[in-house]
Ligand binder design. Structure first.
Ligand code: DX5
Ligand code: ZN
Length: 223
C-alpha cells in the first residue's frame, strides 16, 4: 500500500485552513506535521495550537514528526489531538523502546526517525517495537531541500529487514520527495512518502500533486 503524507510545513500559513481543508479532496493519506524546537534542529516551526487548528480543518489523519530534544514532553497535548502516528528521533532519546511504548499507550502508532548520518542498523534493531520506521532523506529542519540519493541503500536495508521479520512496519521517507525521487524510494521498499514542496507548491493543485506522486510510486513498485 502506498501512502502520501502531505507536509504542512510547505503550506501557505496565511491560508492554513483552506490549504489543509483541500487535502481531503486531494485524497492525501496523512497530514504530516513537523514540530521543531530550535534545539534538536535550528529552526522553530509550530506546536500544539497550530496542530490543533490543522486537525479542525481536515479529516485526514495526523502524522506528527517530532524534531525535538524532549519528545515525551509533547505527548500530553498530542494525546488530545488523537494523531494516527507520532514519530520521534532516535538520536534524541536514551531508551527508544520505552518512548515507543508510551506513544502506543496514548493510542497512536509509534514511529522512529533517523537522520542521514545514523546507520540503518540502529532502526532495524528497533523494528519489533515500533509501527513506523522513518528514514530522513534530507538533514531534518527545513523543507525544500534536495533528496539524498545515498540514502537508498539504507531504505533497502530496512525494507529487507521488515520483510525478513514478517513485520507490517510502515517504511516512511521524508525530505526532497517529488515525482522523480519517489520512484527510487518506492523501488527501494518505502511505502509512505512525506512531500511538502511537491504537494503545496504544485501549480496544478494539491489533488494533481498527490495523484502524480501516487502513480509514480505505484509504477516503481511494479517495475
Ligand atoms: C524536514 C521535514 C520535512 C519537510 C519535507 O525536516 O521533516 O517533513 O517538510 O519538505 P519537502 O518535501 O519540501 O522536502
Ligand atoms: Zn517531517
Amino acid at each position: 500500500m502506498i501512502r502520501i503524507a502531505a507536509s504542512v510545513l510547505a503550506a501557505d500559513f496565511a491560508r492554513l485552513g483552506e490549504e489543509v481543508a483541500a487535502l481531503d479532496d486531494a485524497k492525501a493519506d496523512l497530514i504530516h506535521c513537523d514540530v521543531m524546537d530550535g534545539s534538536f534542529v535550528p529552526s522553530i516551526s509550530f506546536g500544539a495550537d497550530f496542530i490543533a487548528a490543522v486537525s479542525r480543518c481536515s479529516r485526514v489523519p495526523l502524522d506528527v514528526h517530532l524534531m525535538v530534544r524532549d519528545p515525551v514532553s509533547q505527548f500530553g497535548f498530542l494525546e488530545r489531538l488523537r494523531p494516527h502516528i507520532i514519530s520521534f528521533h532516535l538520536e534524541a532519546v536514551d531508551d527508544p523502546t520505552a518512548v515507543a511504548h508510551e506513544i502506543r499507550s496514548i493510542g497512536a502508532l509509534a514511529g522512529v526517525a533517523i537522520k542521514p548520518a545514523t546507520p540503518g542498523g540502529r532502526l532495524v534493531e528497533l523494528l519489533p517495537h515500533i509501527d513506523v520506521a522513518l528514514v530522513m532523506t534530507v538533514e531534518p529542519g527545513l523543507g525544500g531541500q534536495h533528496f539524498m540519493g545515498e540514502m537508498i541503500p539504507k531504505i533497502s536495508e530496512i525494507a529487507t529487514a521488515i520483510r525478513a521479520g514478517g513485520l507490517s512496519t510502515m517504511l516512511q521517507v521524508d525530505g526532497g520527495i517529488d515525482v522523480e525521487t519517489i520512484r527510487a524510494a518506492a523501488a527501494a521498499g518505502a511505502d509512505t512518502f512525506v512531500a511538502g514542496t511537491a504537494v503545496f507548491g504544485h501549480r496544478a493543485g494539491l489533488g494533481a500533486a498527490v495523484d502524480a506522486l501516487r502513480v509514480n510510486a505505484r509504477a516503481a513498485v511494479r517495475n
